[in-house]
Write a protein that binds this ligand. Sequence first.
Ligand code: SF4
Length: 370
Amino acid sequence: MGDKTGIEWTEATWNPVVGCSIKSPGCTNCYAMGEAARLERMGGKGGAKYAGLTKPSKAGPVWTGTVRLHQDALGQPLRWARPRRIFVNSMSDLFHEDMPFEAIDRVFVVMALAGQHTFQVLTKRSAKMREYMAGFSWERAVESCRGPHGVSVIPRFSIDALRGAFGMRPRFSHERDRSALPLPNVWLGVSVEDQSRAVERVFDLEATPAAVRFLSLEPSLGPVDLRRVDDGESVLDALGGTLSVEGRGTTRCARLDWVIVGGESGPKARPMHPSWARSLRDQCAETGIPFLFKQWGEWTPTQQPAPGGDLGGAMRADRVRIVKPAGENDGHFRRGDVLMERVGKRAAGRLLDGVLHDGSPTRRNSAEGD
Ligand code: SF4
């Protein structure tokens, strides 16, 4: 299976887990849902991997909710000698509610063994990620790699070799210590589409041990203030790295290492107000956090009407929409609103106010390859 990808912030995709279910509004036009159905229709070995994950509906294919670890894909990164950045599970969510810790353990063991690569794990299930990482141990992870008859399910590594690599018996001189935590080559991120999902997920990310923590705001569906993520009891400045709890003052905490922003693509894409991306760009610039503007998506700002001007011509065109800074649309064009035109992802491009933003965290993984 090919690992190539057009995703701007990674170099390869690896899908040891397939299948998913809708979690929040950012999932409404899930690309993976349509892609899983298309791959199943293609048949063959590739099609079998995606069998039963989606079912037809009037609106197109929808997830059935089946999620599974694909054993054949598990060892794939171990076969890739050239180091690369790998997006883990572009076709699923590793921390899906129905994914047992045992299966997630197997994925983490492979990531630890394939130290030549940098793995980028992105989830909308931040609470499960936090719980998983809080309870993580190499003893459990290695036990999770026992398949039928007690034999290791990890290609090229016996259970005894895994026990050596992860410090459960004295290592032989030829064995490398792979037991670092957090894993230096695993970046953990959450996907957030608006402020309420930022509140739901960014606190979890901040509390999750990770070498690099990142945030993907794609599709961006509303304004997000990362310097003030307020859950009613605490206020997190996720970019400045402070946490203020009422009555307990302000303490330092982990800050985000990377922010990615993008508009939605695909036939049913929703437009992004330019102020949402500009605000995040400026928040990152203020705090020195790397910022990547991935794309406008299908829609781009078009010629704006003069204040009080006639909108008739523009609005008769099906491909023009009013987008409001707060996200809701009442059909009237007011101060601060923007007209967005559907021009297609390629034409819309990825320049924000004429500038390419391609920020990225410096790679902290110093592990040598196999
Ligand atoms: S979590 Fe990701 S893969 Fe799952 S439905 Fe949402 S967008 Fe799709």
